[in-house]
Write a protein that binds this ligand. Structure first.
Ligand SMILES: NC(=O)c1ccc[n+]([C@@H]2O[C@H](COP(=O)([O-])OP(=O)(O)OC[C@H]3O[C@@H](n4cnc5c(N)ncnc54)[C@H](OP(=O)(O)O)[C@@H]3O)[C@@H](O)[C@H]2O)c1
Length: 260
């Protein structure tokens, strides 16, 4: 299926590894130019080499800590000054700590919002004006199935990511007249560096926890890989997706059991 992403300028955040990198690779394979970011320069360089081996387009790497607003501003300025515009934005962030309500004080909540929510709002404020001028744009927010189906220890994740779900639904309403679609993708268990560390952390909170690679909640009885997320995102940000906006889609091997 031709997706029409050739030469489109894409910013994917938190993308030097894991799900974000998987999305960047999927879009690059479809001919897009991809800008990626992360905090560690060596990881970024390794990610650039990995993406480069998958296609022909341009790759931009910008060392960025998304918890620092001035660094987000510099990230967006760099991409726009190199390429002229950002036509597609995919937001991914670091994850918050695990724990229950009783484990956290106000400062922990502030840190979680600074990690997960404020960067996304800043990115929107900086990138959307250019999309309005273009009269076209695609936005995808990546969060987690924990936004929809909490599990023990997901307090910070569930609450901060639910805020992104609300932002996504609201923005879809406001931006539709500019031909900008806005969607929300919720990964379930995906094999990454982070997910390999997670079972250990979760086991401390929940004695019945099972490593996500064997997660019995996944109907398919396996975990996914980053390209499972990337390939869905590639469709959502493409010209082939013209009537899907304001929706939340989980990619989780059937982990979430609700009908809608
Ligand atoms: N893997 C799963 O099963 C799963 C499922 C649902 C949701 N999620 C969520 O998806 C997100 C990515 O998870 P992952 O499994 O792909 O993790 P990962 O393999 O550890 O990759 C995380 C990526 O984000 C970057 N990053 C982290 N904090 C950052 C920050 N403050 N500023 C800029 N970049 C940052 C990391 O680079 P640096 O460390 O170099 O900055 C790395 O490139 C997390 O929020 C996670 O909670 C994961």
């Amino acid at each position: 299926m031709e997706l029409g992403l050739n030469g489109k300028n894409v910013l994917v955040t938190a993308s030097s590894a894991g799900i974000g990198l998987g999305v960047a690779i999927s879009l690059f394979r479809e001919g897009a130019n991809v800008a990626i970011c992360g905090r560690d320069a060596e990881r970024l360089a390794a990610a650039q080499r990995k993406i480069n081996s998958e296609g022909e387009g341009s790759i931009l790497t910008v060392k960025t800590d998304l918890r620092e607003n001035t660094q987000i501003e510099r990230l967006v300025d760099t991409v726009i000054s190199e390429w002229g515009n950002i036509e597609i934005l995919v937001t991914n962030t670091g994850g918050p700590r695990l724990g229950g309500l009783q484990d956290f004080e106000r400062s922990d909540w502030e840190e979680a919002f600074a990690t997960v929510f404020w960067p996304v709002l800043s990115l929107i404020n900086l990138v959307v004006p250019g999309m309005r001028t273009l009269g076209w744009g695609r936005i995808v927010f990546l969060t987690s199935t924990w936004a929809k189906q909490p599990r023990t220890g997901s307090a910070l994740s569930t609450v901060t990511r639910s805020a992104i779900a609300g932002l996504s639904k609201y923005l879809a309403l406001e931006l539709a007249e500019h031909k900008i679609t806005v969607n929300h993708v919720l990964p379930g268990p995906i094999q990454t560096e982070r997910s390999r560390r997670l079972p250990e952390q979760r086991a401390q909170l929940d004695k019945n926890s099972i490593p996500s690679s064997q997660d019995p909640e996944s109907l398919l009885k396996k975990s996914g890989v980053p390209s499972d997320i990337g390939d869905l995102v590639a469709f959502l940000v493409s010209d082939r997706s013209t009537f899907t906006t304001g929706t939340s889609i989980q990619v989780d091997g059937g982990q979430v059991r609700s009908i809608f």
